[in-house]
Design a binder for this molecule. Sequence first.
Ligand code: CTP
Ligand code: MG
Length: 227
Amino acid sequence: MTEFHALVPAAGFGARMGGELPKQYLPLVGKPMLWHTLSALCACPEIATVFVVLSPGDVQFHSYDWSAFGDKLQPLYCGGETRAESVANGLLASELEPDDWVLVHDAARPCITQAQLAKLIDELRDDPVGGILAVPVADTIKRADATQRIECTEPRERLWQAQTPQMFRAGLLARALCSNSGVTDEAGAIEALGLQPKLVAGDSGNFKVTYPQDVQLAELLLQKRRA
Ligand code: CTP
Ligand code: MG
């Protein structure tokens, strides 16, 4: 039977965030960011296993109590130099069946909701290619020249911002990442095979915590949900 699994790349350092602690361990409402991300994925009834890909030199993960997630949570200490490498290494180590679905989700998107996960799975479970959560671009888009002056206004029709989870069959995704490791998301590797992943409309609440100013917004959202 085809199963659904999640794979969370969490082997980055968070250079844009700055600071000593890798950003996936920054405290949000009393728990590390990674806890909120893994908690959402482990709470999704369709998802059988949640693999978290850690840096081989990770010293933080074991200092927290993950027992609430039981066997559903599987740490893999095989992160690579880039996000794509971490995902490819994690896929290999997970030993999933080629037909299993895998939802690759950034550790740095702790505000993912059950509704967003359910919508992604429902819209893609019978899809031949797979797809991603994404949001239509809302702002007017400007292209800059080398001096940071506006060169032109880009039409925003049909432009979307890619989010995660990105959901593909494990076999197809492993093949795609093997032949295209220079991509910034899984969909990019699938596109390079000439396939067209589906865009599933999410919302801006599932943003990626990247800069220091994003931390407070994530805390507010998580706190509001808990209340
Ligand atoms: N990631 C990873 N392995 C890497 C780089 C990134 O597993 N070699 C993970 C990060 O831990 C994060 C996700 O990929 O959960 C999305 O990447 P990003 O938000 O860019 O995180 P960082 O790469 O850690 O941050 P930065 O780019 O600012 O350094
Ligand atoms: Mg990065």
